[in-house]
Structures are given as structure tokens and as C-alpha cells.
Ligand binder design. Structure first.
Ligand code: ATP
Length: 321
């Protein structure tokens, strides 16, 4: 009897909306092409603990539209040790896994690269809301988060204008300002503070004051978590303007919600591409999208590249504010 080649999939690091559709796409495309598919629960932690489940077509039905990850995610310090990685490799080999698909952020990619170096043929799919993985225009979940943040800013605008207040909203993104920048443009906020561009609080405060003097009833500032804390920024603006200024930290609500159509389609394309690459004999790569094409690069290339803020978008914001 010919034994089928086996693919295992795990989700790792912070969860993001669309991880489920990526798992589904790898599983369904793999099954259709004669692979046996396994899910590993709780990321690298589950890999070390041998927490494998068999995935048939039915196991991945009804998950396309769900946020989070049905495989669950985790962070594992143990996996970063040589002993942890040796255990992971042993478990994969004992199960006869031929290919591993890791859906996660840059830390998870480092784990996939380590396993590749141990002879496990690995793939990375960019699963993080932060949009901070180089050589891809988008990460899975970023678009959904952008919509969640845009809706939240809209809700805050209603209450702020009723009370003539300034609202300082803190968005996630770690050291990447993309969520704040794009949600800020989508919401027509008055100021965007991101780590990639040195914030000028004094100028921001002066602009806000001037707008209130011209008759505006509210003002909204969005700050990326990598550029500062909403509480500190709100305090500074209050001191500089004398206006009632309130901080709001959106927090984990940004990771929630049903994945957007974009994230579902995008992650389906990525998952599908993994099987194509396996068939072409390509491994040890992270996938992404550049100029609407699904592309891939070696982990090394990805780690040597830098994420860059779209400066043109920032200039657009400056011209529109
Ligand atoms: P997010 O961007 O959403 O936080 P992430 O994948 O960057 O996701 P991390 O916590 O950085 O999240 O990494 C997830 C897991 O990947 C870690 O808990 C660890 O098990 C593994 N990992 C991280 N860095 C490395 C590394 N340098 N070598 C091996 N494994 C790593």
C-alpha cells in the first residue's frame, strides 16, 4: 500500500481573524490532492506535547467565518530551547509528517525556520493582525482589524462630539503603525501618531486647539501602541490645550470579529498556494501577497528585509486632514 504524504498545520503567536480559513484551505486543497492532514493544537506548545488531531474535510467545515483559531494558539518558551526543538522534531518524525505549515507572526516564522534547519520541510503563512511581516503587503487578519478599529473610532466620534471632547485612541500593531495609519485615514481622524514617524505632540495639540477655535466640536487622535500610550498622549494634549481629553485603549477587541471577505479570500489563496509549492518541491518559505500576486520568499530573505510604512499613505493623510 502506498502511504500518503502528511501535512501538519499549526497556528502560533497572537491569533488573527482568517487563520481558520487558512487552515481550511491547506486542509481541503491537501486532501483533494491526496495528502493526509493533521492539525496541531496550541502552536509549538502542542507540537512539543504531541497534541495532533487528524483533519478531514468535515473537521474544517463551519470555520471559514469564525474569528480566532479553532486549533488554538500559544506561546512556548520551551520551543525556543534546543531541547524543546529536538522534542518537536522527534514528534513530527514519529508521526511521519512530511511538511509543516506554520500560521503566525515573525516569532512563529523563526520557529519554522529552526525546524527547517532540522530537516522539517516548513512553510510560513503570515497570520498576525499587526501587518509587520516583511515582503508581503498584508498579513492575515490585518484587514479585519482595520475594519474593527474603523468602526470603534466611528462609535467614539458620536459620543465625543456630544461633549466637545478630544479622544485619543490607542491601536495595536506592536512596532508597526499600519493599523493606526490606515484606520486613521478610513475614519478621517485629526492626527495619527505612528512609530515610523517621529510624533510631534506640541504641533498636534496646536492643530487641535486651532480647530476647536474654528468651531469643531470634537477631535480624534489615533496612536499606534508602538508610538506611545493613549493615557500619556491624552495627558499631554490636555495640558497643552486645556481641552477635555479622554484616552481609549481598544485592546483585544481588535483581534475579534468574523474575518472580512478580504481576509477569507486572501488566506484561502495562501493555503491553496502551499500545496502548489509542495508539488513544485519548494519549501522553507514564507508566503504573502505583493501587488495582488501570491508570492513567497525564503525565511532568510524575509528576516533580512524590513517592513516599511507606506509613506505615500501618510502624505495622503496629511493632505486630507
Ligand atoms: P504575533 O506577531 O501575533 O505576536 P508571533 O508569531 O510573532 O505572533 P511570538 O510570541 O513572537 O508571536 O512567537 C510565537 C512563538 O514562536 C513563541 O512562543 C516561540 O515558541 C516561537 N518562537 C519565537 N521566536 C523564536 C525563535 N527565535 N526561535 C524559535 N522559536 C521562536
Amino acid at each position: 500500500m502506498i502511504s500518503l504524504k502528511k501535512i501538519a498545520i499549526l497556528t502560533s503567536g497572537g491569533d488573527s481573524q482568517g487563520m481558520n480559513s487558512a487552515v481550511r484551505a491547506v486542509a481541503r486543497t491537501g486532501l483533494a490532492n491526496g495528502f493526509e492532514i493533521f492539525g496541531i493544537r496550541k502552536g509549538y506548545k502542542g507540537l512539543i506535547n504531541n497534541d495532533f488531531i487528524k483533519l478531514g474535510s468535515k473537521e474544517v467545515s463551519d470555520i471559514l467565518y469564525r474569528g480566532g483559531t479553532f486549533l488554538q494558539s500559544a506561546r512556548s518558551a520551551e520551543f525556543e530551547t534546543p531541547e524543546g526543538q529536538a522534542q518537536a522534531v522527534e514528534n513530527l518524525k514519529a508521526k511521519g509528517i512530511d511538511y509543516l505549515v506554520v500560521i503566525g507572526g515573525d516569532g512563529s516564522y523563526r520557529g519554522a525556520q529552526a525546524l527547517e534547519r532540522h530537516g522539517i520541510k516548513s512553510f510560513g503563512l503570515p497570520g498576525t493582525i499587526d501587518n509587520d511581516i516583511p515582503l508581503t503587503d498584508y498579513t492575515i487578519g490585518f484587514d479585519t482589524t482595520l475594519n474593527v478599529v474603523t468602526d470603534a473610532v466611528g462609535n467614539l466620534r458620536d459620543t465625543m462630539s456630544s461633549h466637545e471632547r478630544v479622544s485619543v485612541i490607542e491601536a495595536m500593531g506592536r512596532n508597526c503603525g499600519d493599523i493606526a495609519l490606515q484606520a486613521g485615514i478610513a475614519s478621517g481622524v485629526d492626527a495619527i501618531l505612528i512609530p515610523e514617524i517621529e510624533p510631534d505632540i506640541k504641533q498636534t495639540a496646536a492643530n487641535i486647539k486651532e480647530r476647536f477655535e474654528r468651531g469643531k466640536s470634537h477631535s480624534i487622535v489615533i496612536v499606534a501602541e508602538g508610538a506611545g500610550k493613549a493615557e500619556d498622549v491624552a495627558k499631554q494634549i490636555k495640558e497643552l490645550t486645556g481641552l477635555d481629553t479622554r484616552p481609549t485603549v481598544l485592546g483585544h477587541i481588535q483581534r475579534g470579529g468574523t474575518p472580512s471577505a478580504f481576509d477569507r479570500v486572501y488566506s484561502s489563496r495562501l493555503g491553496h498556494k502551499v500545496i502548489e509549492l509542495i508539488q513544485q518541491g519548494v519549501t522553507g518559505v514564507g508566503l504573502g501577497m505583493e501587488n495582488n500576486k501570491i508570492t513567497y520568499h525564503s525565511f532568510e530573505e524575509i528576516f533580512n528585509a524590513k517592513t516599511e510604512i507606506n509613506e505615500q499613505l501618510y502624505h495622503i493623510f496629511e493632505d486630507l486632514v
